[in-house]
Design a protein around this ligand. Sequence first.
Ligand code: NAP
Length: 315
Amino acid sequence: MAMRWTAPAPGPIEDWRFDEAEVAPPGPGEVTVRIRAAGVNPADAKHVATARPGAAYPMPIGYELSGEVTAVGPDAVGGSGALAVGDEVVAFRVQGAYATELTVPARDVFAKPAKLTHPEAANLLLAGTTAAEMIQVTRVGKGETVLLHAASGAVGVSLLQQARELGVRVIGTVGPDAELSAERVRRYGGIPVAYGDGLRERVEAAAEGAPVAAAWDAVGTDEAFEVSLALVAERDRIVTIVDPERAKTEGVLWIAGSRPESARFRDIARARVLELAASGALEVPIARTYPLADAVAAVRFVMDGHPGGKVALLP
Ligand SMILES: NC(=O)c1ccc[n+]([C@@H]2O[C@H](COP(=O)([O-])OP(=O)(O)OC[C@H]3O[C@@H](n4cnc5c(N)ncnc54)[C@H](OP(=O)(O)O)[C@@H]3O)[C@@H](O)[C@H]2O)c1
């Protein structure tokens, strides 16, 4: 028997349940993983907050994990090759990572980068593949200057590092009194500017005359939209991951893992993101870890909007 978190119906995180559940033995093309850490993402709460088409309840919570293989089903081949009992792995995109053990499709299971701890590895791929897609859809390349809203967040920090690899200059917004956020942005190669009144002028000053070629929005505020629209000449080089309605009104891009084209891109991008982490070029700063039983407190901490790094649940 395993312990796992589920949402019994659409609603708030306080309604989630932590129960015992049978772990299905792996069928063809599946493996079972003993979970060492589960990654916590805002999507875990947002996706069950209201009813969504096609969603089945009770819904197991959590999209990414790190752990060890405990059983391998027939013909199960991992995303990065053969899998054996005892292998240290990460899995993304799976359903039900907030658990002690889980059976998942082997194609979504990859060798864990040795440089990352389990809490770091469990938080690599959702933010990392989202960041990779934001770079791809805005066609950003070497030498360009880009504006990044919410630069100190999970997606922001991954974007900063992936952009640094490409030779892209990033101006990233941080809280007005958030010296730790600013420090994190500098550490990963970005130029921090405080969000709030006067943001446009501060970004222009930081750009030092270079055009702002694109904007990556990981917060979705009015201010983020307005400043992106004022500074970036081409609307199809502005992407938001937060507000699809406003994106439609303004004629800018919106991407999300639930869109089939995004899912396809992100599935392929997993290998590259893992490679960057294995080489040491992509770190995952952890703010806090919580026992698995305290998942609701962990998600609440993330949903406050200023976690200062990623959060992992430890079974
Ligand atoms: N569509 C997709 O595929 C997709 C994928 C992943 C995430 N997301 C969404 O993207 C958002 C960010 O996710 P995350 O995991 O990076 O979150 P996170 O790690 O919790 O980071 C949140 C960030 O927002 C910043 N922030 C808070 N208030 C702000 C404001 N008024 N103006 C500008 N920045 C502000 C914070 O910066 P300070 O602490 O410096 O204030 C912090 O860096 C969430 O809404 C999430 O649901 C969407």
